[in-house]
Design a protein around this ligand. Structure first.
Ligand code: FES
Length: 321
């Protein structure tokens, strides 16, 4: 069972026209659990009267501040309501149930780090850069944004060592030559990147090409749109261990939508396999993992699966639901 903390909004500040910063803490000055760079927390938002919304945000504040957690939230008008709720409704003093930090994007403090942040993707990168600077590592940061006005935390970052940072805004500087930058990296470098899907896809594609052999790539995905064609496949059945119910998942629906169709409530958030909220224990059967959360080793264990996108290789799955 996930541990939930009843945090309070201590501060809400505007970081740019489209981004607000939210600082959360516990009442009575109780210390918050420790976290590592790359970690995120999940907020339970009372954005609808029917059911809460669950949204994940990277922790981007001071790791050694055990009394405050800071997140930065981009207002996405096309969102399903989470970021709009935080921008327009959430206020200082409000109570927000929050999970303890989880980390699907761990920072290994490699000797040579090349950080690439696209837009709001700076949030998990920011603590990594600070950790790299504190450890005296050889680091560089490439910070890409569409508009100059979208940069957040830039001045703070420049205080660490401005000579290691390149900020590139397309409205002012034109298109960035990512390929040229990547070609200059050597095999000792680990690239950490978080940003829009297009940026991450381009990095993966460049790394696949022979010319780029050598550097290691560690990615954090967010805000991807699930492609319907990647969610479909063979029909199979899901048996819910706790209720004993068996449900057929049609070839054109996900386990999550099949459960919803049957009126079974399951906690979910991104619905595109990137956040880990719907992670479910597999009791038997063979999942076909289609998420971006589990590592290769975790996939091979087949102990859990993300039911918003993953399907079954076997005719039946038994889940701990
Ligand atoms: S709801 Fe986010 S991974 Fe399934």
């Amino acid at each position: 069972m996930q541990q939930i903390l009843q945090t309070r909004v201590l501060k809400k500040t505007r970081l740019s026209e489209r981004v607000v910063g939210v600082t959360l803490g516990l009442d009575n000055g109780t210390a918050l659990p420790a976290w590592e760079p790359g970690a995120h927390i999940e907020l339970e938002l009372a954005a609808s009267q029917i059911e809460p919304l669950y949204r994940q945000y990277s922790l981007c504040g001071q790791q050694d501040n055990t009394h405050e957690w800071q997140i930065a939230v981009l207002k996405d008008e096309a969102s399903r309501g989470g970021s709009v709720f935080i921008h327009d409704v959430l206020q200082e003093g409000d109570v927000v149930p929050v999970s303890i930090p989880k980390n699907h994007f761990p920072f290994a403090a490699n000797k040579k780090c090349f950080f690439i942040a696209g837009g709001i993707g700076i949030t998990p990168i920011m603590p990594m850069v600070k950790a790299a600077a504190a450890a005296g590592l050889d680091w560089q940061l490439l910070y890409l944004a569409r508009n100059t006005a979208d940069f957040i935390f830039l001045e703070d970052l420049r205080q660490l060592d401005g000579s290691r940072i390149k900020a590139h805004a397309s409205d002012l500087d034109g298109q960035f030559d990512l390929q040229k930058t990547l070609l200059a990296l050597d095999g000792q470098t680990t690239v950490y990147s978080c940003g829009p899907q297009g940026l991450l896809n381009a990095l993966e594609q460049y790394q696949d090409e022979q010319t780029y052999i050598g550097w290691k790539l560690v990615l954090e995905r967010f805000a991807i749109e699930a492609d319907a064609s990647t969610l479909t496949g063979n029909s199979f059945t899901v048996t819910l261990q706790k209720s004993g119910k068996t449900i057929t998942v049609a070839s054109d629906e996900t386990i999550l939508s099949a459960l919803k169709r049957e009126g079974i409530k399951v906690k979910c958030s991104c619905q595109n396999g990137t956040c880990g909220t719907c992670e479910t224990v597999v009791i038997s059967g063979l999942p076909e993992h289609r998420d971006f959360v589990l590592s290769e080793e975790e996939r091979e264990l087949n102990e859990t699966m993300m039911i918003c996108v993953s399907r079954a290789k076997s005719a039946e799955l038994v889940l701990d639901l």
